[in-house]
Design a protein around this ligand. Structure first.
Ligand SMILES: [Zn+2]
Length: 90
């Protein structure tokens, strides 16, 4: 479990939104999204205002705005319902 994780402060963040890929400028208001499988035994999607500490987390997705956040949320919800659909048959 010891991967080489370097916290390099990257000056460039790219939007994780589908078909977006916009580069973050210094003054842009961006968002950070990430998903975890936490205490609830359910996948949880997190959305937070831009924060450098959150942005460099493992698995963090950098989002340029509301539109891309919604696309990523819908992608996440799609993935979750697919895997839940599989489970409920068991
Ligand atoms: Zn975007």
């Amino acid at each position: 479990m010891s991967e080489n994780l370097f916290l390099i402060p990257s000056p460039f963040y790219r939007c994780a939104g589908p078909n977006c890929g916009v580069l973050k400028g210094g003054s842009d208001r961006w968002w950070v999204m990430w998903s975890s499988f936490g205490d609830y035994e359910q996948p949880v999607m997190h959305l937070a205002p831009w924060d450098e500490k959150l942005a460099v987390q493992e698995g963090a997705m950098h989002v340029c705005g509301e539109g891309c956040a919604q696309k990523l949320q819908s992608q996440f919800m799609g993935n979750v319902s697919v895997s839940r659909g599989r489970k409920s048959n068991g």
